[in-house]
Design a binder for this molecule. Structure first.
Ligand code: ADP
Ligand code: ZN
Length: 432
């Protein structure tokens, strides 16, 4: 197999041996900051005391709050002059955290991202258009350096501005794009609006990640542009993109275990869940000097896919992220994830590119409204057909989440869209 990095093809033994060596080194490195030295001392963890990979469980968790408390540089493990770059998380769920990188960290990260792209067939002949925000967000420079590392001509297009995206892609014959799932459909609709067929667009591969989306959504993106879309997972605390990525099988994302130790725990008990069950992903990075992070509680919910991947790689696969533990909302006593709603609405061909979940209180109790954009060609249907569709969607949602929401069909492009990560839920209920 033609791979970017031989570590991709390592056996389990090779992977685990390297993990153990690197875990010891990472613990030693982490102890260079006051925060981890204290934490690890309290838990009695020294590099020498790590005898097997099981010992990772003796290390205390690191939480987002820890990172906030140590903001901006409390967790630096190298002299500040060794730092060449910092990034922040998007702050989707609160105040940001800062992650600082040395030159070695940046190089290792670019290699990881390149490894992902190469795995799905991106080569130096490709033209890579990065449609995500640059600046503090890791999807900008993180993706950029990975694509350059392969040798692609890399266009730092940035987010939004569909007209300019389309012009750049046409002028430079873009073959690969990094794009937010929510934006991919918007871009496709924009092309259609210009009277063009998105399937004629030169794109052959899309790297799609940064926010949760369903299999239904992926198929839509693929059909719309007649290309392959690969799921890409990462988070700033673990560098950013390049943590886990789908191979050509498109069934689960290989998490690069030579550079990370992934665990999946029950968020309540903090014990590991049985193999194949959904829980919270916990990650330790093994290839970072500037700011190593041990057992980070990502709050992302997923599971390890059981069994081996037909591609032959032995790095375990993460299933699609269901959502963040804090994305879940409770309505009429039922726990609901936005992706359950998406899965249903996006399975209807009449539904366009966007939807919005509104949670309200009408004075008697909680009400959930789901607004869905309907494609222009269906919006002209007679009233009865539309009402029928509305009802069918509501029924299918009830089958999925056990309560019946109010479904409202709206015109395409009428719901708010953001340049960054999509906001799928607006909770307008008054907090007691
Ligand atoms: P923030 O946590 O503020 O959004 P980041 O920009 O670091 O900051 O985003 C990382 C988060 O984005 C992940 O923890 C996860 O919740 C989400 N994410 C990234 N990639 C994916 C993906 N492929 N599928 C689902 N969610 C993803
Ligand atoms: Zn595979």
């Amino acid at each position: 197999m033609d791979v970017f990095d031989p570590a991709e093809l390592w056996s389990r033994d090779q992977i685990e041996h390297t993990q153990l060596m690197r875990l010891r080194a990472t613990v030693a490195q982490a102890r260079k900051c006051e925060f981890y030295r204290r934490r690890l001392d309290e838990a009695g963890v020294t590099p020498e005391s790590i005898r097997s990979l099981e010992d990772v469980r003796r290390i205390p968790f690191t939480t987002k709050q820890d990172l906030r408390d140590q903001y901006p540089t409390g967790m630096l493990c190298v002299p500040p002059s060794e730092i060449v770059r910092m990034h922040c998380s998007s702050g989707t769920t609160g105040s940001p955290v800062a992650i600082c990188h040395t030159q070695n960290d940046i190089n290792a990260w670019a290699d990881l991202v390149a490894r992902c792209f190469y795995m799905v067939g991106v080569r130096k002949e490709d033209v890579f258009q990065n449609m995500s925000g640059y600046g503090l967000f890791t999807g900008g420079l993180g993706i950029h350096f990975g694509a350059e590392r392969i040798g692609c001509m890399t266009i730092p297009a940035g987010p939004g501005n569909s007209r300019r995206q389309i012009k750049l892609a046409k002028d430079f014959k873009t073959t690969v794009a990094h794009i937010l799932p929510s934006y991919a459909l918007i871009l496709g609709e924009h092309l259609r609006g210009m009277g063009e067929d998105p399937r004629e667009f030169p794109l052959r591969i899309a790297v799609v990640g940064a926010e949760p989306y369903t299999e239904e959504f992926r198929r839509r993106i693929e059909d719309l542009f007649n290309m392959k879309a690969y799921n890409s997972y990462g988070l700033s605390e673990m560098n950013g993109p390049g943590v886990a990525f789908e191979c050509l099988q498109q069934h689960g994302m290989h998490v690069w275990e030579d550079c990370y130790i992934p665990e999946i725990i029950d968020p309540e008990t903090c014990e590991p869940v049985p193999d194949g069950e959904i829980g919270e992903l916990v990650m330790t990075c093994l290839c970072r000097q500037g700011m190593p992070i041990l057992r980070y509680r990502t709050r992302d919910l997923t599971r390890f896919l059981p069994g081996e991947c037909p591609c032959g790689r032995k790095h375990r696969r993460l299933d699609r992220i269901v959502g963040r533990s804090d994305d879940m909302f409770i309505i009429k006593g039922v726990n609901v994830y936005p992706m359950q709603i998406e899965q249903v609405v996006m399975s209807f061909p009449q539904v366009g590119q966007n939807y919005l979940i509104l949670l309200e209180n009408d004075g008697f109790g909680d009400v959930m409204r789901v607004q869905v954009e309907i494609r222009d060609e269906y919006f002209v249907e007679d009233m009865r057909t539309l009402q029928g569709l509305q009802k069918t969607i509501a029924n299918r949602l009830r089958d999925e989440i056990l309560i019946t929401p109010k479904v409202e069909l709206v015109q395409s492009n009428s719901l708010p869209s953001s340049e960054g990560k999509a906001v799928r839920v607006q909770d307008l209920r008054v907090k007691k």
